[in-house]
Design a protein around this ligand. Structure first.
Ligand code: 6PG
Length: 470
C-alpha cells in the first residue's frame, strides 16, 4: 500500500467514524490511539476498509509511516489533551506537516495555539453531525490559513455531507479560531433549537394533556412543513419510541436534567464579550442549568403547589407550530448578528451565506429553512435576518402564534423561556423609541454619566438636583 499522507489521532466515537469515512472516500490513512488495544480493535472491525488504514502503536510509528507532507486530524477531548498531543507532535513533525484540531475546542484556545509558534502548520476545525455525520458526511467549519485549507479541501469536501444541490458542506471560515467560533455559534443555536422544541413539547404535555405518541405524531407532521429539520425529525422519533422495559413511552421515564459539555456556554460568554444580544441561546443554556437543579425544583413544587388552572383558552397545535417557526427565525437572526459582530471585533471575513450553506446538511441544526437563510444573507450579509423580506413576511404570519403561546404559557405557569426571550427581543427590535432613555436619565442622575437629547441640543447633565428637591 502507498504510504498515507493523512493520519488521525484519537479513535473515540467521533474519531473512529471520521477515520472510516476518510478511508471509504479513498484516502489511505494512519491511525493512532493512546490505548493501543483501541487501535487494534478499531482496525479489526474496519472490514473492507481495513487495507486503507495503517494502525500504529506509538506516536513515533504513526509519524514514521506517513509520507510528507503529513496532514494529521486530531480528534481528542478539547482542552489539555489537545495541548498534550500538540506538544508530543512538536518533537516528531516537520515544518510542512499540518495538524488539524477537529474537536470542539474553545476558539480562544485555537487562536492561542495558532500563534504559539508550533513547529508545524496548524488548523482548528469544527465538525458537526454526531457519530452518524462523522461516519457518512459531517458539516465542516475550518479555520486556519488559506493555503492550508486549499491543501485539505479536496479530502474534507469529499468526506463532508452534501446539500440537496450537491455542494459539499465543508468550507473555510477564516483564520485561526474562526472555524471553532462558527462551530460554537452552531452549538449555541443547537441548544436553542432543542430548547424551543422541548418547550413546545412541554405545552403539549402539560397544557394540552397530549400523550407522547400524539406529540410524536405532531412533530412528525411539522417535519413535513416549514420546520423540516433533523432535530424535529428526531424529536418525533424520540416521542414515538417505546421503552422495552416498562412498555410505555421511553421519553416519559427519562430524567429531566440536561447535560452539556460547555460549547453553548462559551457562545453565551462570547456574545456578552461582543455586546451581541443572543437571548434565545442564553435562555437555552440557562434552561439546561435550571434543569440540572432537580432537588430544588422538587422543593419548589412542594412549596408552590400545582400549576395554575389549565382550563383557560388553550393554544392550538397550529399556534405551537407557528411559535416554533417564529422562534427559530429570531434565534438564527441573533446567531448571525453575533457572527457579524465577531467580524468587526476579530477582523475576520466570515461569509454569512457560506455559513448558512455549510449548515444545510450533515450538522445537527440542518434544516430546510437554512436554504432560505442562505438566500436572504446572500442578498445582504449584514442585514438582520428579521429584516429580510422573506423572513419579515414569515414572521408577520407566525408571530401571532408565538404571542398566544408565550401569553398562554405565562398565564398557565408553563415555562417557555427561549420562546419568551425571542419574543421580548423581537418586541425591542421592532420599536424605534425604546425605554433606555429612562436608564440614561438614571445613570446621569446618580453618576453624572451624561446623555444625548433627541433634539441634538447639547446639555451635559440633567437638572436632577432641582428635581430631587421638588
Ligand atoms: C455536533 C454537536 C456536538 C456536541 C454534542 C453534545 O454538532 O455534532 O454539537 O459537537 O458535542 O451535541 O453537546 P452538549 O453535550 O454540549 O449538549
Amino acid at each position: 500500500m502507498k504510504e498515507p499522507h493523512f493520519g488521525l489521532m484519537g479513535l473515540g466515537t467521533m474519531g473512529s467514524a471520521l477515520a472510516l469515512n476518510i478511508a471509504e472516500k479513498g484516502f489511505p490513512l494512519a491511525v493512532w490511539n493512546r490505548t493501543g488495544a483501541v487501535t487494534e480493535a478499531f482496525h479489526a472491525a474496519a472490514g473492507d476498509l481495513a487495507d486503507r488504514i495503517t494502525p500504529t502503536a506509538t506516536l513515533a510509528e504513526f509519524v514514521a509511516v506517513m509520507a510528507r507532507p503529513r496532514s494529521i486530524i486530531l480528534m481528542v477531548p478539547a482542552g489539555k489533551a489537545v495541548d498534550d498531543q500538540l506538544a508530543a507532535l512538536a518533537l516528531l513533525l516537520d515544518p510542512d506537516d499540518l495538524v488539524i484540531d477537529a474537536g470542539n475546542a474553545n476558539f480562544h484556545d485555537t487562536n492561542r495555539r495558532q500563534s504559539a509558534g508550533l513547529p508545524f502548520r496548524f488548523m482548528g476545525m469544527g465538525v458537526s453531525g454526531g457519530e452518524e455525520g462523522a461516519r457518512h458526511g459531517p458539516a465542516i467549519m475550518a479555520g486556519g490559513e488559506s493555503a492550508d485549507w486549499a491543501r485539505m479541501a479536496p479530502m474534507l469536501q469529499a468526506i463532508a455531507a452534501r446539500a440537496e444541490d450537491g455542494s459539499p458542506c465543508a468550507d473555510h471560515m477564516g483564520p485561526a479560531g474562526a472555524g471553532h467560533f462558527v462551530k460554537a455559534v452552531h452549538n449555541g443555536i443547537e441548544y436553542a433549537d432543542m430548547q424551543m422544541i422541548a418547550e413546545t413539547y412541554g405545552v403539549m404535555r402539560d397544557g394540552l394533556g397530549l400523550d407522547a405518541a400524539r406529540i410524536g405524531q405532531t412533530f412528525g407532521a411539522w417535519n413535513g412543513g416549514v420546520l423540516r429539520s433533523y432535530l424535529i425529525e428526531i424529536s418525533a422519533a424520540v416521542a414515538l419510541t417505546r421503552d422495552p422495559i416498562s412498555g410505555g413511552p421511553l421519553l416519559d421515564i427519562i430524567v429531566d436534567a440536561a447535560g452539556q459539555k460547555g460549547t453553548g456556554r462559551w457562545t453565551v460568554i462570547e456574545a456578552q464579550n461582543l455586546g451581541a444580544p443572543i437571548p434565545v441561546i442564553e435562555a437555552a443554556v440557562t434552561a439546561r442549568n435550571v434543569s440540572a437543579r432537580r432537588g430544588e425544583r422538587a422543593l419548589g413544587q412542594a412549596v408552590f403547589g400545582a400549576l395554575p388552572n389549565q382550563d383557560g383558552a388553550l393554544v392550538t397545535l397550529a399556534d405551537l407550530e407557528q411559535a416554533l417557526i417564529a422562534g427559530k427565525i429570531l434565534c438564527y437572526a441573533q446567531g448571525f448578528a453575533m457572527m457579524t459582530a465577531a467580524v468587526a471585533e476579530f477582523d475576520w471575513a466570515l461569509d454569512m451565506p457560506a455559513i448558512a450553506r455549510v449548515w444545510r446538511a450533515g450538522c445537527i441544526i440542518r434544516s430546510a429553512m437554512l436554504n432560505d437563510m442562505a438566500d436572504a444573507l446572500a442578498e445582504d450579509p449584514t442585514r438582520n435576518l428579521i429584516l429580510a423580506p422573506y423572513f419579515a413576511d414569515t414572521l408577520r404570519r407566525s408571530l401571532p402564534g408565538l404571542r398566544r403561546v408565550v401569553a398562554t404559557a405565562a398565564l398557565q405557569g408553563l415555562a417557555v423561556p427561549a420562546l419568551s426571550a425571542g419574543l421580548a427581543w423581537f418586541d425591542m427590535m421592532r420599536i424605534a423609541r425604546g425605554t433606555a432613555n429612562m436608564i440614561q436619565a438614571q445613570r446621569d442622575f446618580f453618576g453624572l454619566h451624561g446623555f444625548e437629547r433627541l433634539d441634538g441640543i447639547a446639555q451635559p447633565h440633567g437638572p436632577w438636583a432641582q428635581a430631587a428637591k421638588g
